[in-house]
Design a protein around this ligand. Structure first.
Ligand code: ADP
Ligand code: ADP
Ligand code: ZN
Length: 218
């Protein structure tokens, strides 16, 4: 099952991804998580990505495409994968087509999680993330059992540098300009399923599960 999650920042992609990968046993490939891990480790990739991320801009296509190509070639992707946060430009979507072709695979479904902008800002500003396991929480909508501590691994939670209001607005603008056309690209291929993300996590999950069950051949 080869799946892509699309949706603006804060739509709930990472949250749904946690349940999708547990249920369908496929790897979660989040370019945002990969970049944040690289920044934390101080690698060359991290150095290249950090400035763009903090400004709410996209990391250059050639850098992003390179890391995804390498990741998708690994054997754990043979039975399927969940791409979260990639592709975000039409150039990336076209490159992904080429990568898939060279691997003899294809994208089966693109889940588009839609949430209105005014709801999104509150979600982004209240998001808290775990540095160690990348789990996501919300101070109001999904608080951890102990304030400031990850339920899953016990590490302290933090607020992403790009989750402040100013940067969040910039990211929404980038999404509208650069990522919306990606959706059209997949609509033309007939693989998009629209999900109303402006509901409870469990209501969203019911629709996500329904949409994915027919592709699950593990
Ligand atoms: P969000 O919660 O906004 O969906 P992500 O964790 O997916 O955030 O991405 C955070 C940042 O990482 C982006 O604002 C961007 O700088 C960078 N990034 C992630 N994925 C991509 C991508 N496919 N192309 C370019 N930049 C990316
Ligand atoms: P994305 O990966 O699309 O940027 P996240 O999954 O990180 O989004 O969710 C953004 C924030 O909104 C997080 O703080 C998360 O806990 C919260 N959230 C996710 N889904 C919902 C929902 N259905 N209702 C309310 N808050 C949600
Ligand atoms: Zn954790």
């Amino acid at each position: 099952m080869n799946v892509i999650l699309v949706g603006p920042p804060g739509a709930g992609k990472g949250t749904q991804a946690e349940t999708i990968v547990q249920t369908f046993r496929i790897p979660h490939i989040s370019t945002g998580d990969m970049f944040r891990d690289a920044v934390r480790q101080g690698t060359e990739l991290g150095k290249k990505a950090q400035e763009y991320m903090n400004a709410g801009k996209l990391v250059p296509d050639e850098v992003t495409i390179g890391i995804v190509k390498e990741r998708l070639s690994q054997p754990d992707c043979d039975r399927g994968f969940l791409l979260d946060g990639f592709p975000r430009t039409v150039v990336q979507a076209e490159a992904l087509d080429g990568i898939m072709e060279s691997l003899g695979k294809r994208i089966e479904v693109v889940l588009n999680i839609a949430v209105p902008d005014e709801i999104i800002i509150e979600r982004i500003v209240g998001r808290r993330s775990c540095k160690k396991c990348n789990a996501v929480y919300h101070v109001k909508f999904n608080p951890p059992k102990v304030e400031g501590i990850c339920d899953k691994c016990g590490e302290p939670l933090f607020q992403r540098a790009d989750d402040r209001e100013e940067t969040a607005a910039q990211r929404l603008k980038v999404y509208a300009e650069q990522t919306n056309p990606v959706l059209d690209f997949y609509v033309k291929k007939g693989v998009v399923v629209n999900i109303d993300g402006n509901r409870s996590r469990s209501a969203v999950w019911e629709d996500v599960k329904k949409a994915l069950e027919s592709y699950d051949n593990n």
